[in-house]
Every structure is written in structure tokens, then in C-alpha cells.
Design a protein around this ligand. Structure first.
Ligand code: ZN
Ligand code: ZN
Length: 247
């Protein structure tokens, strides 16, 4: 379980990049070898990273095997702390791709609710922005109740929902009360919330609200760049923009 000491200081938070894909994720660039990731993260002055590869319908429970291979590649690295976790799919309300034993082996269990572009994902019956927003809230509750998650990946982000051209429509449906309630529930189970750099930059008004409500509730935030290429491993490069939007 990874749940660091609470801080809302962006300069502190960006020293951790808690969402990086290596070549085990088909969508990552070939340059995303474990050794290249470590070298880039050290050069950037990061103190902690999490490698979070995708699971998938055709590779159920394989993340546990991949983790062992990555650990071998890491060897006895001492200059930077590395968690080998996974970006784990909650594909519907109470539905998960992997068996729980697989997910429990991950050093960092980053659950994703919103890969609606993937064919194994359930679409809500009500396909309005409100329908999608409610569906994601119910899915988040099911993760909180059923799995030992460490963090939610790009929460409330709706970029993967194909039917709306305006990607802020679904996200902007959430009321302050809804955000406060779900964040409080997660907090009781020591589940953190990702400050996903591209999500924040894509909808500054919403993520300002999210950060402020999270602070009030006292929840833990983890920065993640969702790096699929080496130039996005350095989370510190986003510090100024994050501060401008979130503070
Ligand atoms: Zn994702
Ligand atoms: Zn990702």
C-alpha cells in the first residue's frame, strides 16, 4: 500500500511520477525500456516513480509475471525508489479484468475507470453526459468497496468517451458535493487521487475545483504524467503549469 504523507505542495508532489508505461504496454514507445526510464527519471531529479503498465482482456493476470521481469531489470537500483505496479481496469460497476490475486501483487495499484474506448468496457444505459458521469461514480464506489486500490488514474477524465466531441461535457457534470463525497469515501480506504498532468491541462477549471475540494476533504494526491515516451517521464517540467491551474 502506497499512501504518502499528505502534501499539497506541487514542488514536492512533482518529484514523484506515479504513472509511467514501459514497453510491456503496447501503446508505449520502444524507447520506454526500464533502464531508459530509470536514467531519465534520475537525470530529472525524481525521488520516486511507479511503472504502471496496462492489463488487457487478452492478457488477464499477466501483469504479475511482467512485474517479476521488470524487477529483474531494475536490479539493485538505490538512487531512486521504483514501484512496479499496474494500471488496472475496472471495466464496469464491480467488474475487473484481473483476478484480485494478480492486482494484489502490484506495488502500486492504479485503478482506471474511464477507458471507454476499449471494447471490453461497459457503456452506461443512459448515454448522456450525466449518464456517463453517474456510471463513473458508481464504478469508483465499486473499486473502493471491492479492491485494495492505491490511487485512481486520470479520475473524472472523459477523453476516451467517443460520442462527445467536447471532452469537458461529462467531467463538468460533477457537482462539488459529488466530488467531496467520493473523495471522502476513498480517503477512508487510503486511496489517493491522481493529478494527471494531461487531464489537468485539458480542463483547468474542473481540476482546480477537484484540487481545492480534495484539499478540504484531506485526501492524498499523486502526480502522474501517464508517460508513454521518455520526454514525459520528467514530471517536474509540469510544476509551473500545475501551480498556475491548481493553486
Ligand atoms: Zn489510462
Ligand atoms: Zn496510463
Amino acid at each position: 500500500m502506497f499512501f504518502h504523507e499528505k502534501t499539497y505542495d506541487i514542488d514536492e508532489l512533482v518529484r514523484h511520477n506515479m504513472h509511467i508505461h514501459s514497453t510491456f504496454s503496447g501503446c508505449a514507445k520502444p524507447e520506454m525500456t526500464v533502464s531508459n526510464i530509470i536514467k531519465t527519471a534520475k537525470e530529472a531529479g525524481l525521488s520516486l516513480i511507479a511503472i504502471t503498465n496496462h492489463d488487457g482482456a487478452s492478457k488477464k493476470n499477466e501483469l504479475a509475471k511482467e512485474r517479476k521481469i521488470i524487477l529483474e531489470e531494475i536490479g539493485d537500483e538505490k538512487d531512486i525508489k521504483i514501484l512496479v505496479g499496474g494500471e488496472l481496469s475496472c471495466t464496469g460497476i464491480g467488474k475487473f479484468l484481473n483476478d484480485e490475486e494478480c492486482d494484489l501483487q502490484m506495488d502500486y495499484k492504479l485503478y482506471t475507470l474511464n477507458h471507454f474506448h476499449v471494447s471490453c468496457w461497459d457503456q452506461p444505459e443512459d448515454k448522456s453526459p450525466r449518464g456517463y458521469a453517474v456510471q463513473m461514480l458508481k464504478m469508483a464506489e465499486s473499486v473502493i468497496e471491492m479492491r485494495k486500490a492505491d490511487c485512481f488514474a486520470h479520475p473524472f477524465m472523459a477523453g476516451y468517451i467517443k460520442c462527445f466531441e467536447d471532452k469537458t461535457l461529462v467531467t463538468n457534470e460533477y457537482t462539488d458535493n459529488e466530488l467531496g463525497d467520493i473523495m471522502e469515501k476513498a480517503n477512508k480506504k487510503e486511496i489517493a487521487w491522481e493529478l494527471n498532468t494531461s487531464a489537468v491541462l485539458g480542463n483547468p477549471e474542473f481540476y482546480h475545483r477537484y484540487f481545492q475540494i480534495g484539499k478540504e476533504v484531506g485526501c492524498v494526491f499523486n502526480v502522474g504524467t501517464d508517460a508513454h515516451k521518455l520526454c514525459n517521464v520528467n514530471s517536474r517540467q509540469f510544476a509551473d503549469e500545475l501551480k498556475r491551474i491548481l493553486y
